[in-house]
Design a protein around this ligand. Structure first.
Ligand SMILES: [Zn+2]
Length: 273
């Protein structure tokens, strides 16, 4: 694969997204932010967690052909062992991240998705791309975001409602009937969506954090097909530039209510042709 990627933090904060790649493996993680004034039990923080888990996963993917679920479970354990002696990993706000993994081997493409990042496969036999997303967090969240979405982004009331929303969602994290993310419990890996497709049936693949996919799935300014064409012609940085332009056009979330007016945004483009 020829892999290109871009990632950009929301201004003024460390980037809690992580992306890394070899010609045969790509990982993309989106750390779940800890809102100001909220506790996590961890002295390292979410950006550290995303980087530690992402780099561990990529290392293992390049060294073994184990199933991606096993690699993810082992990676979660490894990162837990890096800080279980300094931090309270039983804390409900312990750092967590979404995970997308993509691996190209001789004839196949293996993928894994946990939580709300997006994988888009441009498949040879269909006009519409295959869009894979784990929407369990969005389904749980929909029941709890009415108050937050009614308030203008950036206002103190919105900040407080966002914090309350994040803390409410924690109660549904990594439990049946809720949603699953990478955090301290390796059993979350069993809840990932996975698949394998013949590599010759895939022209290209895009991995997107929700800060990048929002151009399609929240703002509806473009289609998945157009997003793939944009990535092909102009690259991942241009996609993020367009996301930022849309966000700046609606700074208070009046047109598109959202938790973060500007979010970390990451896109990876894998060309298999
Ligand atoms: Zn820690």
């Amino acid at each position: 694969m020829r892999v290109t990627f871009a990632t950009e933090a929301a201004p003024g904060r460390p980037n809690e997204d992580f992306v890394a790649a070899t010609p045969d493996a790509v990982v993309l993680l989106d750390g779940a932010g800890t809102p100001a004034g909220s506790e996590s039990g961890c002295t390292h923080g979410v950006a550290w967690y995303s980087r530690a888990l992402g780099s561990t996963l990529l290392t293992t993917m390049t060294q073994t052909s184990s199933p991606l679920i096993e690699i993810l479970a082992e990676g979660i354990k490894t990162v837990a062992s890096m800080h279980d002696f300094t931090c309270d990993l039983t804390h409900a706000g312990s750092p967590s991240a979404t995970v997308v993994m993509l691996r190209h081997s001789a004839d196949t493409l293996d993928w894994l998705i946990l939580a709300d990042s997006v994988l888009v496969l441009d498949t040879a036999d269909t006009a519409e791309p295959m869009v894979i997303c784990d929407d369990r967090e969005a389904l749980v969240g929909a029941a709890h975001r009415t108050t937050m979405d009614a308030l203008p982004s950036g206002s103190p009331e919105h900040v407080a409602a966002h914090r309350a929303y994040v803390e409410t969602l924690r109660g549904h994290r990594n439990r049946d009937g809720g949603f699953w993310v990478a955090s301290a419990d390796p059993l979350a890996a069993d809840q990932a969506l996975t698949g394998t497709v013949p590599a010759h049936q895939v022209r290209a693949a895009a991995l997107l954090s929700d800060g990048a996919s929002r151009l399609v799935d929240r703002f509806a300014l473009t289609t998945w097909r157009q997003t793939l064409d944009l990535l092909d012609e102009h690259g991942p940085a241009e996609l993020i530039r367009r996301v930022r332009a849309a966000e700046h056009s609606d700074p208070h979330g009046e047109r598109w209510p959202r938790g973060k007016a500007l979010d970390d945004a990451t896109a990876a483009w894998c060309d298999l042709r």
